[in-house]
Design a protein around this ligand. Structure first.
Ligand code: ATP
Ligand code: MG
Length: 251
C-alpha cells in the first residue's frame, strides 16, 4: 500500500497538566473518508486541530504527501490544502453566500482605473462551485446566510473550503450534530461527492449511523489514545462501541 496522504505520528498534546493526546498515529488517504470517533474528551477535536494548524503538538510529526509540515497557524495548513469545516461554521450570517465565499478574498474589476467589487463574477463563481463540486443549487444567492437552513449553510461553508482549488484534505468536526434527518442525508451525500473527487475527508462524528454510512475506515480515540482503526466493511457498530467505551477492559 502506498504511503497515506496524511501521516500523523506519535502525536502528543498537553494543556498544562492535562494530557489531551498521547502518542497518536493517524493515516488518511486521498479518495477516502476516515471517521474519528470516541467519547467526549477523547481527543478528537484536539487531534484535528493539530492537523489543521490551530494547535501545535507538544511532540510528534505531521506529514502531507511525505513532506514534514510545521504549521504555525491554520492559515499555514490552508496554504498546503488542508482545511476544516466546524460545527459552528464561522459564516458571516448577515452576508449572502457569495460574500461569505469570498470574504477577505473579494474579486474585483477595474472601472475607470479604480478597483470595484465584481459582484457578478462572485455570484457566478459561487453558483458554479456549489453546483459543480457539491451538486447544490440554492434558490437565492441574495439572502443573508442566516436565512438558510442548517444544511444549506453547511454547503456554503464547504464551498468556501473547496473553492481553494488545491484543497486536498477536508476535516469536518460534527457536521451533522445540529441537522435534521433530511439535511443530515444531504451532508452525507456531499461527503461522498467530495471523496469521489479525490479528497481525503476526515469526519468526526458521534453518530455511528452516519459513520457507517460514509466512512471507509474508523479511527477510534479513547482517553487521548488511538485504541484501533477498523475497516467499516469488516466491522460493526457493536464492535466500534465496544472500542469507544473500552468494553474489553475490566475497569
Ligand atoms: N484549549 C484547551 N485547554 C485545556 N484543555 C483542553 C483544551 N482543549 C481540549 N482540552 C482537553 O483535552 C481533552 C480532549 O479534548 P477534545 O476537545 O479534543 O475532545 P473531543 O474528543 O473533541 O470531545 P467532544 O466529543 O466532547 O468534542 C479534554 O480533556 C479537554 O478538556
Ligand atoms: Mg470535539
Amino acid at each position: 500500500m502506498p504511503d497515506a496522504l496524511i501521516q500523523m505520528r506519535e502525536i502528543s498534546k498537553r494543556f498544562g497538566g492535562v494530557t489531551a493526546l498521547q502518542n497518536v498515529d493517524l493515516d488518511a488517504n486521498a479518495g477516502e473518508v476516515l471517521a474519528i470517533v470516541g467519547d467526549n474528551g477523547a481527543g478528537k477535536s484536539t487531534l484535528i486541530k493539530i492537523l489543521t494548524g490551530v494547535y501545535q503538538p507538544t511532540s510528534g510529526t505531521v506529514r502531507l504527501g511525505g513532506q514534514a509540515q510545521h504549521f504555525a497557524s491554520h492559515a499555514d495548513a490552508i496554504k498546503v490544502g488542508i482545511d476544516a469545516v466546524y460545527q459552528t461554521l464561522a459564516l458571516a450570517d448577515h452576508l449572502d453566500p457569495p460574500a461569505n465565499l469570498f470574504l477577505g478574498n473579494e474579486l474585483t474589476r477595474r472601472v475607470c482605473g479604480i478597483d470595484v467589487l465584481d459582484n457578478k463574477r462572485m455570484r457566478e463563481e459561487t453558483e458554479r462551485v456549489l453546483m459543480d463540486r457539491l451538486g447544490v443549487r440554492l434558490k437565492s444567492l441574495d439572502a443573508p446566510t442566516e436565512s438558510l437552513s442548517g444544511g444549506q449553510r453547511q454547503a456554503v461553508a464547504i464551498a468556501r473550503a473547496v473553492y481553494h482549488d488545491d484543497l486536498r484534505v477536508l476535516v469536518m468536526d460534527e457536521p451533522t450534530a445540529a441537522l435534521g434527518p433530511q439535511e443530515t442525508a444531504r451532508t452525507l451525500k456531499l461527503i461522498k461527492t467530495l471523496k469521489a473527487q479525490g479528497l481525503a475527508v476526515i469526519l468526526i462524528s458521534h453518530s455511528l449511523d452516519d459513520v457507517f454510512e460514509v466512512a471507509d475506515r474508523i479511527h477510534v480515540q479513547r482517553r487521548g489514545q488511538c485504541v484501533g482503526v477498523v475497516n467499516t466493511a469488516d466491522s460493526s457498530t457493536q464492535e466500534v462501541l465496544g472500542m469507544i467505551v473500552g468494553a474489553k477492559e475490566d475497569t
